[in-house]
Design a protein around this ligand. Sequence first.
Ligand code: ATP
Ligand code: MG
Length: 234
Amino acid sequence: MLEISNIDTYYGKAQALWDVSLSVDEGEIVALVGSNGAGKTTLLKTLSGVLRPASGTVTFLGQRIDGLAPHSIVEMGISHIPEGRRLFTQMSVGENLEMGAYVHAAWKRREETLDQVHEIFPVLKERQGQLASTLSGGEQQMVAMGRGLMSRPRLCLFDEPSYGLAPMLVTEIFRVIQDLRNQGMTVLLVEQNVRQSLEIADRACVLENGRIALAGECEALLEEELVKKAYLGL
Ligand SMILES: Nc1ncnc2c1ncn2[C@@H]1O[C@H](COP(=O)(O)OP(=O)(O)OP(=O)(O)O)[C@@H](O)[C@H]1O
Ligand SMILES: [Mg+2]
């Protein structure tokens, strides 16, 4: 479904990604792990069109998407749920969710999609009139995920969805991601919660200093010394 080939991405003159290649098949969860500053967010931004790669290609459903504007990439079916939620804090929960549906095909079906989002996160229905800035961290993450789903994506790019949440909520967020996959969603998941991500993902890759250091099936990666030492504290 998604094919990333030999991507180099820069911020001005500073290179952040070196020759990154990775593929995601339809229906898979692929986890992308790595320490702070490894380039995980940079890679997601390169996929969603916020950054343009200096070289390399990104293909989605057989079409080149590197160089397309972010809104065109959303239209094609990729939703980027950013690090740090990035909600419209002075808007209500309902308005935040609606903002996610400003895509041609999704706009017409926004009421039906909203019902689906409320089914996944019932608390968002109760809180629809509440200002986003007054929500708890966990509720804010639910709004960010719900807003991302409002564009009716086929591929979700989640950037650290469990960041800063209490353990019970972390488990809940991972459960939701698994449920989405079971309903046909494809997921590229950036997480620092390495063990839990490798447990729900099919494959994973480790990014180090802007380069892919390891990639493979999760079961095999859990046995790798690098993963055990650096990410699982074993
Ligand atoms: N807007 C920017 N301008 C310049 N350099 C940047 C910018 N954003 C990120 N970088 C640099 O690019 C590198 C990769 O950053 P990135 O945010 O992709 O890391 P990350 O793996 O997502 O880290 P974290 O786990 O802390 O979120 C870092 O060295 C960072 O300082
Ligand atoms: Mg990041």
